[in-house]
Design a protein around this ligand. Structure first.
Ligand code: ATP
Ligand code: MG
Length: 746
């Protein structure tokens, strides 16, 4: 056995090892939460690369989010060293793979390789425009509902010609679908669903491409397979060569994207589809304490449609789940944040804490409380930096410079800041460009005779000049930061903000500053390689494409800014899939919120909500709190909620109520509420110690590194089994190193 395999073996149990070392042919790992599925996938990649010399670029690993892909890459780096950095790995999401394929081969479908990706707001704008063009009322046909239906069709793999309308709504929506696709095509744009649908079409209509891809990928691995939809599954099969080397891992109990078309059948029928498939079950849970694991098992057992699975753990029972009932949502937020601060005070790091909830809107109250109590936090999915108005405005300039057909970006850019160009003038420009059979951008730059007069004409000319300036800078390979600064200043955006004295304008200014920092950092780290270099394009344009692509692919479960400062994480249960935190809070455990009001009357949806609850509970490693409020403000009114049924489903043996401020108890507890919180949580010191004790270094500790010299530890985390330190060195700046490379210094 190779020394590498020996090293891996020591980190795996025998079933895991069996899965890692199964090399040829299909493999299915169907196992419960925290049983090491993701770990197995990562080790498998390392084993294939290290022991079988399979080049990293010939392995395709599909993960659920960009963040998960980065994490897997990081763990791989620990196992393989920097080698994994030098060769470009195909560890990515389905959407990222789609982009890369369409950039490479999209011309076969008549797609300009410089296509843009429209985000959900842009997509909605196009739906509205289609409705308007077709003279369909957006009151009768709500744009979001129409969009959802189209998206459903695309995820089922259906182009307009293949859709079979079921009713009048479908018939009308199909008309919109046709017009929407036409508008996308005109703008040389694609939406998220197209990334998959068109990639699949690319394979099915081009044998040579399919053959090339099948030859390229010697192994395909898929994490969270229970949440793949029809088109994703079809793509996998299109990528899969004769060797049938496909490994999928997942857990039917964690299938939580049925509402987006995920098909749990994909995993349940996998061994029938691939008859030579090896099936491995993992049963030991390494993540959670006994109480957490058994409580989660008791909840999920209430589902009827499931495969029986039993997980066990060697860990102690640990603390029981803590239930806290608060008077209202503000009290709930105060309780949670106070509790977290107590933990931080005891030495727990903010990174180890997550607050999870069913809907993004719940986060607002927590955000306010964090600000009030000065707790550093990040909200995954809630903080949509790139969807802010001022950011989208500036990006629309960039997009339009790069793609002169992009209608939506053109309209946005020319109107921000306002240049006195109204709807009629816009139509005139668009019409004139169409008549001249030119892209909008080229038409404007050519200094064509604009069919406008007065203020509108002047505005359009100024816009065209700016556009030209930007294009020239891109062609002459200038700097990305200069381009952005120029756009912000020359467009008048900055001046407009500076004249505005409101708080909001300051906020916008600082967001633009943040964007500049992001671009600066991006530009510093960017290196040309075979993947991101486009033929005949300047380096700057390749850079901008890469940047825009990254922005477009930040999904709702990805966090944009991975700051080094430790922060408490706030996110939905959906976004938490696959992650783990020593200390978790599940908030707003109330009927109508969780399970959601829409699911309550549907047994199928209710089971999906219960799986979501199972996902939430199994994120916790050491300690899990469940909180609910008796009263909650929502949509401007005050609602009294009943406790979530999931709370009742947790056996009493595994939970204890530590705070009860419900109406009947209120008078009693109100008087001593602060003391109450202290005494109810006083028994955690042991836990605190456990949380902070398993690192061999602490923040603030002085260390010595053989090449970087003396430094101070700023952050400690695990990368797989290795302890990783972020160290501020006295002379060499901040670096991340594995703890085995440093010594404690006196
Ligand atoms: P999920 O279902 O939530 O995606 P998972 O099955 O993918 O979970 P992992 O995230 O791979 O589970 O592993 C859960 C935790 O258990 C991780 O912290 C991992 O490092 C640890 N772990 C997995 N296998 C072992 C092992 N053999 N020995 C020690 N720790 C392990
Ligand atoms: Mg996992």
């Amino acid at each position: 056995m190779s020394s590498f395999l020996e090293k891996i073996q020591s980190q795996l149990n025998s079933q895991q090892f069996e899965a890692v070392t199964h090399v040829e042919g299909p493999l299915l790992i169907l196992a419960g939460a925290g049983s090491g599925k993701t770990r197995v996938l990562t080790c498998r990649i390392a084993h294939l690369v290290y022991d079988y010399q399979i080049p990293l670029e010939r392995i395709l690993a599909m993960t659920f989010s960009n963040k998960a892909a980065r994490e897997m890459h990081q763990r791989l780096k620990v196992l393989l060293g920097d080698e994994s950095d030098r060769r470009y790995p195909w560890i990515s999401t389905f959407h990222s793979v789609g982009v890369r394929l369409l950039r490479r081969f999209g011309d076969r479908l008549g797609l300009d390789p410089q296509f843009v990706i429209y985000d959900s707001n842009d997509q909605l704008d196009l739906i509205k425009e289609s409705l308007e063009n077709l003279r369909i009322s957006d009151k009768a046909f709500h744009p979001k509902a129409v969009h959802a239906r189209i998206s459903h069709w695309k995820n089922e793999g259906l182009f307009t010609a293949q859709v079979k309308p079921l009713n009048f709504f479908d018939e009308t929506t199909l008309q919109v679908y046709r017009s929407y696709q036409e508008l996308l095509r005109k703008a040389q744009a694609v939406d998220f669903d197209d990334l998959l649908l068109l990639s699949s079409q690319l394979c099915s209509s081009n044998e040579d491409i399919q053959a090339q891809l099948r030859g390229q990928w010697q192994h395909i691995l898929v994490d969270e397979f229970q949440d793949t939809n029809r088109i994703q599954y079809r793509l996998l099969k299109q990528f899969l060569g004769e060797h049938q080397n496909i490994s999928v891992v997942g857990d039917d109990d964690q299938s939580i994207y049925g509402w987006r078309g995920a098909r749990v059948e994909n995993i349940l029928n996998f061994d029938r589809e691939f008859s030579s498939c090896k099936v491995v079950k993992l049963e030991e849970n390494y993540r959670s304490t006994g109480h957490i694991l058994e409580a989660a098992a008791a909840v999920i057992e209430k589902n009827e449609e499931r495969h029986q699975k039993r997980l066990w753990t060697r860990s102690d029972h640990g603390s029981k789940l803590k239930l806290a009932i608060l008077e209202d949502d503000r009290e709930e937020a105060r309780f949670v944040i106070t509790e977290i601060k107590r933990k931080l005070h005891a030495g727990v790091s903010a990174d180890q804490v997550a607050v999870l909830y069913r809907m993004n809107s719940i986060s607002r109250m927590f955000e306010e409380e964090c600000l009030r109590q000065g707790l550093p936090y990040k909200i995954v999915g809630g903080f949509r930096f790139y969807e802010r108005r001022e950011i989208k405005d500036v990006l629309s300039y960039l997009k339009f410079i790069m793609n002169p057909w992009d209608l939506i970006s053109f309209r946005r850019a020319i109107g921000s800041p306002p240049r006195g160009i109204g709807r009629v003038s816009l139509e005139k420009i668009e019409q004139a460009a169409a008549e001249a059979q030119e892209s909008l951008g080229n038409f404007l730059i050519r200094e064509a005779e604009l069919p406008l007069s007065g203020k509108a004409k002047k505005g359009a000319q100024a816009f065209a000049e700016l556009l030209k300036w930007g294009r020239d800078l891109v062609d002459s390979d200038g700097s990305f930061v200069d381009l952005l600064v120029g756009l912000i200043e020359k467009s008048g955006t900055l001046e407009q903000l500076q004249q505005d004295r409101s708080e909001e304008a300051r906020d916008r200014e600082s967001n633009l500053q943040e964007l500049l920092s992001a671009v600066q950092e991006f530009e510093e780290l960017w290196r040309p390689n075979s993947e991101n270099q486009r033929e005949g394009a300047s380096l700057l344009s390749s850079k901008i494409f890469d940047f825009l692509e990254r922005v477009a692919l930040i999904s709702d479960v990805d966090q944009l800014d991975e700051r080094t400062q430790e922060q408490v994480t706030f996110m939905t249960f959906h976004a938490a899939k696959g992650l783990e935190f020593p200390l978790c809070f599940m908030a707003a455990m109330e009927e109508g919120i969780f399970p959601s009001s829409r699911s309550i009357d549907s047994p199928v949806q209710l089971e999906e909500e219960r799986r979501l609850c199972y996902v939430g509970m199994t994120r916790a490693m050491k300690l899990l709190y469940l909180t609910r409020a008796e009263r909650r403000r929502s949509f401007g009114s005050i609602n009294y909620g009943l406790p979530s049924r999931f709370l009742d489903e947790i056996p009493e043996a595994h939970r204890e109520c530590i705070v009860d401020h419900s109406r009947s108890e209120k008078a009693f507890f109100k008087r001593k509420s602060v003391r109450d919180q202290e005494s109810a949580t006083a028994d955690f010191d042991e836990f605190d110690q456990e949380l902070t004790g398993h690192f061999s270094y602490r923040r603030g500790e002085k260390v010595l590194h053989p090449s970087f010299g003396e430094g101070v530890v700023q952050r400690v985390e695990f990368l797989g089994d290795d302890e990783c330190l972020t160290i501020q060195f006295l002379t060499k700046g901040r670096k991340r190193v594995l703890s085995q490379f440093v010594k404690k210094s006196a």
